[in-house]
Design a protein around this ligand. Structure first.
Ligand code: GN1
Ligand code: MG
Length: 374
């Protein structure tokens, strides 16, 4: 264990007045942006015996999230709204600290931004080939949209402006290619070419939205299957977490991003490019779960563009990984120097496979939509 980190965690825990004493910690490797730790405290169980109680500590990445305070406001509003509708449902509770007599759900010293929530015993999946689990995840994300359907999106801040604006992501990529600060562009010329060649197709959803053809909704915007907690025994979904990017958005982003992550035969950063592709069984499972909750509320055009949204989101993320690689790996956590390049190649292989399967994917979407619109 890292001594400096232990000191830091102990200080943070004290600021939030956690009961008991720091005992141990383990890093939870679930995100590419924030640092998350399960921190165990030892306390009296009320009968004089020691008991271990875990808490979830998170250090929010303020390079990615420039306005963490607004981000917490968004989360507060959304979770309060859901709690109002479902008072007995499982939820995340943010612990409080105090600054100048004001109760706050975060500790921010201008540099590091910390928050603490209750630890929910559960399992999560990085990859999953169990159709039942993926169906449950589809239901959970669909339900998330539905429960927030009467929440006014204008109440939320854009904590990362243009987060799923594919056109803007392409502009950023082009800037990174032109600047080429690390001299890496020639190493990824094929990837740059593929993405630029398909820009218009990838931007279809953004263009439709900008043209006023798609409705603005409250969306999660980071619908990786590992953002759903599942019951350890029954594998039913318990809770949708990681609400950092809850913002006004289009439904295509939530559907497309979930599929690009969950329905890929490999993990998003696998270098086994020959295996990359859409598993249509998993695609069906997610689509069926998602549409069981949303089909009645979605417009014709939203449904007709769900299959294409998977392609859009895959290309969009490829542009982000690629721009980050060209910029010197500042945004996404990397475990080795070529990590972002492997992610790019994986996503491009996935996009190419989606081009071949787009009609099958659309047929599945239409079938599920029909079933649940009756
Ligand atoms: C980031 O935080 P995490 O790891 O769940 C990113 C998503 C990407 C994802 C790719 C705020 O999500 O947009 O799709 O990595 N989140 C942010 O793994 O940029
Ligand atoms: Mg996230």
């Amino acid at each position: 264990m890292d001594q400096l980190l232990i000191e830091k965690l102990t200080k943070v825990g004290a600021a939030f007045r956690l009961p008991g004493l720091f005992f141990s910690y383990e890093e939870v490797n679930m995100g590419n942006i924030n640092h998350t730790y399960k921190v165990n405290y030892v306390m009296d169980d009320g009968f004089g015996r020691a008991r271990i109680k875990p808490f979830l500590f998170q250090r929010v990445n303020t390079y990615a999230f420039k306005e963490p305070v607004k981000l917490m406001e968004n989360i507060d509003k959304v979770t309060e709204f859901i709690r109002g509708k479902r008072p007995n449902a499982l939820n995340l509770h943010f612990h409080h600290t105090e600054k100048d007599g004001v109760r706050l759900t975060y500790l921010f010293d201008g540099d590091e931004f910390w928050r603490i929530t209750n630890y929910v015993p559960s399992v999560t999946f990085m990859t999953c080939n169990d159709v039942k689990v993926v169906h449950n995840a589809g239901e959970a994300f669909g339900d998330f949209m539905t429960v927030l359907s009467d929440f006014d999106p204008k109440q939320l801040y854009y904590t990362i402006p243009d987060f799923h604006n594919t056109r803007k992501r392409y502009e950023a990529l082009k800037k990174s290619v032109a600047a080429d600060v690390k001299g890496r562009a020639e190493l990824v010329q094929d990837e740059i070419d593929y993405l630029l060649l398909n820009e218009d197709k990838a931007c279809t959803l953004t263009d439709l939205f900008n043209g006023g053809k798609l409705p603005l909704r409250v969306t999660h915007n980071d619908t990786k299957i590992n953002n759903v907690l599942f019951d350890e025994k029954t594998l039913e979904s318990l809770l949708v977490v990681d609400l950092d990017t809850v913002m006004p958005g289009i439904i295509a982003s939530d559907f497309g991003d979930a599929v690009r992550f969950a329905a890929n035969f490999t993990a998003e950063d696998s270098g086994d490019y020959d295996k990359v592709g859409v598993d249509l069984n998993i695609f069906w499972a997610f689509a069926d779960g998602f549409l069981s909750q949303t089909a009645k509320a979605l417009t014709e055009l939203e449904i007709n563009t769900l299959a294409l949204s998977c392609y859009s989101l895959t290309c969009e993320l490829a542009t982000r990984f690629l721009a980050d690689y060209l910029d010197g790996d500042r945004y996404f956590k990397i475990n080795y120097p070529e990590h972002n390049v492997v992610r790019v190649r994986n996503q491009i292989a996935l996009a190419r496979d989606m081009e071949k399967k787009i009609e099958a994917m659309d047929a599945i979407v239409q079938g599920c939509a029909k079933k649940y619109r009756k």
